[in-house]
Ligand binder design. Structure first.
Ligand code: FEO
Length: 396
């Protein structure tokens, strides 16, 4: 059922309450998500984006109830990823000649995924499309935010920015608008989305935010493609993005470890106590990597000024859980963060050195020597870990 966003603009998307993971299993979605598609009914009728392919049939059937599909003059594809373009094949079967407006990379993306030669119309930043009643759509390329084909569309008159993935959150909500939902959940999900999806593109985002602001376009609503729509003070999420894009950190240190017989776990706990004893205002958090959602952990890394990683030595290396997690950390290109490594061992003891190398390779500045404890830590070893934590705190 369509829902009015403003004047002649309606939401015609799908709420995915059941979604538990996104991007395959790469991203956990504790609060579900939505695929937001928008219908504009001015002199011209325009559809902005569609929904994920499993919802194609439902989407097209619902749309047909709201509008005669043959009346759709233009389709805007802000981004070709399948969660937004997935219903296009079903829709285009019904209206095969309808012009589709998208970036040059968008054409590559749709052709590559659907192998169809639809009526593509390539647009660039600043190109405009007259939709009647004195209103226009203005296109803004958003290359690498977060795909090479990404684009945003601004509607004059109603001052709505259809931002696609940018400013979104994976959050299902019947209420649709930011002033209607739990603010803690909203900002938690927006920050998680930023840390796990947008962070690698910080330098590009900084320039793009400047460019968008330089247009001096009034923005009444930011209509994202996932989650809630920002209508109450929409600039607040732009300001948050400006803050997050500048190598964000809080006064937080995070310890992340795996453990076999709890020795490395005890080291982590004592190091944490040592840090807190020197720096009581620093938030110190400790996580077992195998017992924590890895995307939530990424949000903790995002907020941290230092990340300490631990593992016992296991077959001359560290545990694969830690290596896998640091692989994800590296992909997200965090900057301006410090790291150190620790771990227990019985025989050869390479794990801390290997973890340190992985964190260095992921772009972290290493502070402190590797901290190791042989066999199960006794009182002396636990005290050494505490003292190590104190030394780390002085280097933050
Ligand atoms: Fe929501 Fe990049 O797709």
């Amino acid at each position: 059922m369509k829902k009015q966003i403003k004047n002649n603009i309606s939401w015609v998307g799908v709420i995915d309450w059941e979604l538990k993971t996104f991007h395959g299993s790469e991203y956990s979605t504790h609060h579900g998500s939505s695929y937001n598609s928008y219908l504009i009914e001015e002199e011209k009728t325009v559809l902005i984006d569609t929904v994920w392919s499993p919802f194609s049939k439902e989407f097209v059937e619902n749309l047909e109830k709201e509008v005669d599909l043959k009346k759709i003059d233009y389709i805007i594809v802000n981004h070709g990823e399948v969660d937004h373009s997935g219903a296009l094949p079903a829709l285009m079967e019904k209206i095969p000649d309808t012009p589709i407006y998208l970036t040059a990379n968008g054409v590559k993306s749709l052709k590559g995924q659907y192998h169809k030669d639809w009526n593509f119309n390539v647009v660039k930043t600043g190109d405009k499309l007259d939709i009647g009643n004195g209103k226009e759509l203005i296109f803004v390329e958003m290359q690498m935010l977060h795909w090479p084909d990404s684009m945003a569309t601004y509607m004059t008159g109603d001052n709505v920015l259809f931002s696609n993935d940018a400013f979104g959150q994976h959050m299902a909500s019947q209420e649709l608008f930011n002033d209607k939902v739990d603010q803690c959940v909203l900002f938690e999900e927006a920050e998680k989305y930023y840390a796990n999806i947008i962070n690698p593109f910080n330098p590009i985002l900084r320039k793009k935010l400047e460019e968008i602001l330089s247009f001096n376009l009034p923005i009444d609503i930011i209509a994202t493609s996932h989650g809630i729509i920002w209508r109450d003070n929409p600039v607040q999420i732009v300001e948050k993005y400006s803050e997050w894009a500048n190598d964000y950190q809080e006064n937080q240190v995070t310890l992340i470890y795996d453990t076999m017989w709890n020795g490395t776990k005890r080291l982590a706990e004592m190091i944490a106590e040592g840090i807190s004893s020197v720096s009581p205002d620093t938030v110190v958090k400790v996580f077992n990597v195998t017992k924590t959602d890895e995307n939530d952990l990424i949000t903790e890394v995002f907020k941290s000024k230092a990340v300490l990683v631990g593992s016992p030595t296991f077959y001359n290396t560290c545990m694969h859980t830690m290596e896998g997690f640091i692989h994800l950390v590296k992909a997200l290109k965090f900057k301006n963060k410090k790291a150190a490594a620790f771990g227990c061992y019985g025989w050869t003891g390479e794990s801390a050195k290997i973890l340190r190398g992985l964190m260095e390779d992921a772009g972290f500045e290493i502070i402190g020597d590797d901290h190791r404890a042989m066999w199960a830590p006794d009182e002396t070893a636990l005290n050494d870990a505490f003292l190590y934590g104190k030394e780390i705190a002085k280097k933050l």
